[in-house]
Design a protein around this ligand. Sequence first.
Ligand SMILES: Cc1cc2nc3c(=O)[nH]c(=O)nc-3n(C[C@H](O)[C@H](O)[C@H](O)COP(=O)(O)O)c2cc1C
Length: 249
Amino acid sequence: MTNEVFEQLTHHRSIRDFENQALNPSQVTQLIDAAQHASTSTFSQQYSIISVTDANILKQISKITGHSWMLNAGHYFVMVADQYRNLKIAEQNHTDPYILHSTDKFLASVFDVAIATENIMVAAESMGLGGTIMGSILNNPQKMIELLNLPEMTFPLLGIALGYPKDKPELKPRLPKAEMHFENQYNLGANFGQKLAEYNHLISLYYQSRSTNDRSETFSHHIVSELSRDHNLRSDLFAIIQAQGFMTH
Ligand SMILES: Cc1cc2nc3c(=O)[nH]c(=O)nc-3n(C[C@H](O)[C@H](O)[C@H](O)COP(=O)(O)O)c2cc1C
């Protein structure tokens, strides 16, 4: 069985090189529409989207993320966890907002952002666009909060750079299904070592075959190098999330 949606989903690749062409306002509206119709935890719609169009703010975000290529994107969204709007509703209705400050509600905001983000990516790809989700705004969330004038009970989680793809990178192979899809109970199989070696080989072939930025790397190398990052990087995240009013309990 196959269909257009399945084909598109299984051929996703992040795009980091764009034609010099902005998205038009109706495309942006359609993408917001796609985000808004995503499932949302307890129908609380606890996220907001900021379209960043100011060149100076974009430049600052590119510095925070270390991604200069985002300046060539045709549009840039920041996806914000948002319980501020619901806090205002609680205030208007003289209701105790205690629950809005819980870990449960912060997680709900994170889920809402993640699901809406993927809806934007999928909708964009269906329109012939491409892009990259950017967690690297978390390199400096405090600066993001200031740049975007974010109030209490909001937190910037992800950027999305979108545009007309200039290149078509090779498809990045994913883990063997037996090592990530289990039946009834978690079971990283007895063959994990051998399957991982095969996957490592596949990934090293993928990196060698890349037309740009080719390098010799396996999945295991990749995970190890992720863990070799400076331990102080992003170590202030929890404190900033709490300072915004989230996860007090
Ligand atoms: C939550 C999240 C954050 C990400 N952050 C970044 C980022 O900051 N910079 C970047 O270049 N790619 C980022 N990516 C893209 C991943 O690197 C990419 O999805 C992954 O390498 C798989 O490649 P593919 O999307 O081309 O299949 C992010 C993806 C996700 C889901």
